[in-house]
Design a protein around this ligand. Sequence first.
Ligand code: SAM
Length: 254
Amino acid sequence: MRIDVVSIFGEYLQPLQLSLIGKAQRQGLIELRVHDLRDFTHDRHRTVDDTPYGGGAGLLMKPEPWGEALDAILADPPAGLSAEQAERGPVLLVPSPVGEVFRQERAHALAEEPWLVFACGRYEGIDARVVEHYASRIRVQEVSLGDYVLNGGEVAVLVVVEAVARLLPGVVGNAASLAEESHAAEHDGLLEHPAYTKPASWRGLDVPAVLAGGHHGQVARWRRDEALRRTARRRPDVVAALPESATDAADRAV
Ligand code: SAM
C-alpha cells in the first residue's frame, strides 16, 4: 500500500516509523511518503493560510498550494497498479470534524485499497473548494475521529493509518487475533469480552473459573455472554443495530 500525507507538520508522522507500522515499511508492505505543503507555495514566506471570506476568527488554508500538492501526488502513482486501479486513483482522506466518524468497517474497506492520500488541515481547516474539486476527479472521504475538535489532521492520520495498516496481510503476526477483537465483523461488531492472563489470583481478584476449566464450548459461551452484556451496557447503539440473524436463542437469553 502506498500512503501519501500532505501536512505542514510532517514531524507529527514520525511515530509511524515505530513498532509494527515501521516494520511494515521496512518490509515493503507499506510505502509512506510525507509531503510538506509549504513546498507548493511560491512566496518568500511560504504562505499556506489567509483570512476567511465573510469574516470570522482564525485563518483558512488557501486552495492553491493544496491543488499543486495533490496534483503532483496524483501525477506520480505507485508502480504496479492495474489499469482499473490507475483509472480509479487513490482515496483522498480529509480529516475533519465535519466528516463521517471513522469506524472499523471503513478501516477494512481502506485496507483493500492500494493507494491512500491524506490532506491534513490546520488553522480553521482547508478552503472548501479543495474537497469539491477533488471529489469531481477521485474518491474523497472526509473522516472524523469523533465529536471534538483537534488542532490538525495529523493525529487523525496516525489513527487511520494504524487502524488500516494492521489489517494488511503480514503486518500483525497472528492474523487470527484480528478476528477476535472489539468491532470485528466475526463477532457481530460487539465489544470484546473481558480478558485475563496469569496469575489466576491478583489482589483478591480471581480469574473467572470457567476460563481455566478447559471446556472450549463453555469458554466460548462465557465470552459471548460477556461481550453481549458489556456492549449492551456501554454501546446500546451497537446492540440495537444487531440484525436478528446475528443472535440466537442463547444470546437473547443474556
Ligand atoms: N473549523 C473547523 C470546524 O469547526 O469544523 C475545525 C478546524 S480544526 C481546528 C483544524 C483541523 O484539525 C481540521 O482541518 C482537521 O484536519 C483536524 N481535525 C479537527 N478535529 C478533527 C476531528 N474530530 N477529526 C478529524 N480531524 C480533525
